[in-house]
Design a protein around this ligand. Structure first.
Ligand code: ATP
Length: 423
């Protein structure tokens, strides 16, 4: 694996070399593990370094953070820590541990252990490999469960028969990795997965854990493939028992995929989109507001997420009425769309195929979005106006004139103000 490591960009290789030096100094066995190793073998970029240490992981993390002059966040309860570098690269450090599940779908009981136990507690063989970063062993692959062969054979395989019963979130994870890499869940694993679904295991998991996995799915590159596979294997009853994905829903989701692709291509420099929220809006579109509210409470969505998921319903009818006609004043387009989050506007674009709505939304992004006037309160003061509510009125009139293309420069704006006052 040494050759694989050497090919990594400096920003990753330097912290790995530093971890190697800290491990040697402390005489500890340290390993890169999990998704990073999987993607290293696949040649896929992955900037999430996970390091497992046999011994005192927290002590290693303290030394490591000071060697890198980086910030350290300790999670003492889980004997793990996160090192945060200046360029925001995050490195997770954990003490090798063993996990035992006292009940199905419960949180595991954790005890300190060795690398083998640490890898044995993982979800799939392809995620249960490690690469040593210690002394002479630097770059040596540790693969107790045939992960390398499964990668070559494009297989998703659990490590033991009760894996999905212990932790049913692995059902969603299996689908995520299968579709992301275009692999297959191998037959025995698929059999166990279906048996766990039949036992209703997904419904027994703490909702926040399901939410986290759902968000990861919706954030992936092609979530639609993963959504279709979940629909086929378990359905989405774990979000809400009434939720079933109809053909209409799938059409909406594929329209969302198109709109998100369009927006990212045309406006790469604009604010980062929470694309997963738009897909979630599509997924739960058939449910009424009360059910959506219950989902938000159950999954403990953040306030900003909840408000986008809930408010879009009210706003959408206003939008369709406001933008459905062929000729709409630019000021109306601006005042309707400017206060809305991008996620809501793109959802509307995906949902309503009416040509007028499409055109007005495109015009908004292209021409009106973020439009600001140049004159300020200082300018009005210099013209001799006493500050008051009157200022806001003037600003609105100037902005509307700008949206209509009646003024362009600051001089135009000042001229308009002077005319107004005269009038
Ligand atoms: P991604 O590329 O999506 O980040 P990842 O494999 O790095 O994939 P994480 O969710 O960051 O995924 O998890 C890191 C590692 O922790 C996994 O590779 C796996 O070894 C282990 N892991 C995560 N979740 C589970 C789980 N539910 N059960 C067992 N092992 C898990």
């Amino acid at each position: 694996m040494k050759e694989y490591l050497k090919k990594l960009p400096e920003e990753i290789l330097n912290p790995i070399n530093c971890a190697c030096a800290v491990a040697s100094k402390n005489n500890m066995q340290a390993y890169l593990v999990g998704g990073f190793v999987r993607d290293l073998l696949l040649g896929v970029e992955n900037l999430d370094l996970d390091i497992v240490v046999e011994g005192d992981g927290l002590r290693f993390a303290e030394d490591y953070a000071s060697a890198l002059k980086a910030r350290l966040i300790r999670h003492r309860r889980f004997v793990t820590a996160t090192v945060i570098l200046e360029d925001n690269l995050k490195i997770d450090i954990a003490t090798a541990r063993k996990e035992v599940y006292p009940h199905p779908a419960s949180l595991p009981v954790v005890t300190r252990s060795n690398l083998k136990d640490d890898l044995a507690r993982r979800d799939f063989s392809i995620n249960a490999m490690a690469v040593s970063i210690m002394g002479d062993n630097f770059g040596k692959l540790v693969d107790f469960f045939g992960g390398k062969n499964d990668l070559a054979d494009k297989k998703i395989r659990i490590l033991h028969d009760l894996s999905f019963i212990d932790d049913p979130t692995r059902i969603l994870r299996a689908v995520r990795f299968e579709k992301r890499y275009d692999f297959r869940i191998e037959p025995e694993t698929l059999k166990r997965l279906k048996a766990a679904v039949k036992l209703g295991m997904l419904e027994k998991v703490q909702p926040q854990r399901l939410r986290d996995e759902l968000i990861l799915i919706l954030k992936d590159k092609e979530p639609l493939k993963e959504i279709k596979r979940i629909q086929q294997l378990s359905g989405f009853g774990f979000i809400n028992p009434r939720l079933s994905i109809s053909k209409k829903n799938l059409e909406l989701l594929s329209s969302i995929e198109k709109e998100v692709g369009w927006f990212k291509k045309v406006y790469p420099e604009r604010r980062r989109l929470d694309t997963w929220l738009i897909y979630l809006m599509g997924l739960i579109d058939s449910l009424d507001a009360k059910k959506v509210k219950n989902i938000c409470a159950n999954f403990v969505f953040k306030r900003g997420e909840e408000s986008r998921l809930l408010s879009y319903r009210k706003l959408l009818s206003k939008l369709t009425q406001g933008l459905g006609r062929s000729s709409v004043e630019p000021t109306r387009i601006f005042h309707l769309l400017e206060p809305l989050p991008y996620e809501v506007i793109l959802f509307a674009k995906a949902k309503y195929k009416n040509q007028n709505i499409q055109k007005h939304i495109m015009d908004f992004f292209e021409i009106y979005h973020g439009m600001k006037i140049c004159v300020s309160g200082d300018d009005l003061r210099s013209l001799g106006f006493v500050p008051g509510p009157f200022y806001q009125k003037i600003f609105t009139i100037v902005l509307n004139a700008k949206l209509k293309g009646q003024v362009r420069t600051k001089d135009d704006e000042l001229l308009l103000i002077k005319k107004l006052i005269k009038g």
